[in-house]
Design a protein around this ligand. Structure first.
Ligand code: FES
Length: 140
């Protein structure tokens, strides 16, 4: 095989093998699946969650987290990073509006972390979360 033919075929092979990755990177992902690796860490009690409407902590193993009841399945919980994907402000949960509302530039996120409005282009990072007895656990 001539060198030029070999290089052309190699280039086509690399292009073909990277195409699925490029397509996946371009797809809009408004609500990424939660991480499924790492250890489950207790972040608070169900009683505290229900009393406040949110469990929020700025340092759970270095993570700034917010955990809420899933409005569409109240027996479940949703955990997200409370770090805004626009410029990194802490995004508090707004019980009255039922969304995460960033105080810095008006970014709004659904309970699942997907973007509602404002400058953020990416959803809040999701974490796997569950209730075990009286404890709320998040996989970190
Ligand atoms: S930092 Fe949240 S909208 Fe800008």
């Amino acid at each position: 095989m001539k060198r030029r033919v070999f290089i052309n075929r190699l280039g086509l092979g690399l292009l073909a093998s990277s195409l699925p990755v490029a397509i996946a990177a371009c797809q809009s992902d408004s609500s990424p699946p939660a991480a499924t690796e790492g250890e489950l860490v207790a972040v608070g009690t169900v009683a505290d969650l229900d009393a406040a409407g949110v469990l929020a902590s700025q340092n759970i193993q270095g993570n700034n987290l917010a955990v809420i009841r899933d409005p569409s399945a109240p027996e479940s919980v949703i955990a997200v990073s409370a770090v805004c994907t626009h410029s990194g402000c802490t995004v508090p949960w707004d019980n009255a509006q039922g969304l995460f509302a960033c105080p810095c530039h008006g970014g709004r996120f659904n309970p699942d972390g997907s973007v509602v409005s404002g400058p953020p282009q990416r959803p809040l990072t999701r974490f796997e979360a569950t209730i075990d007895g009286e404890q709320v656990l998040v996989r970190l």
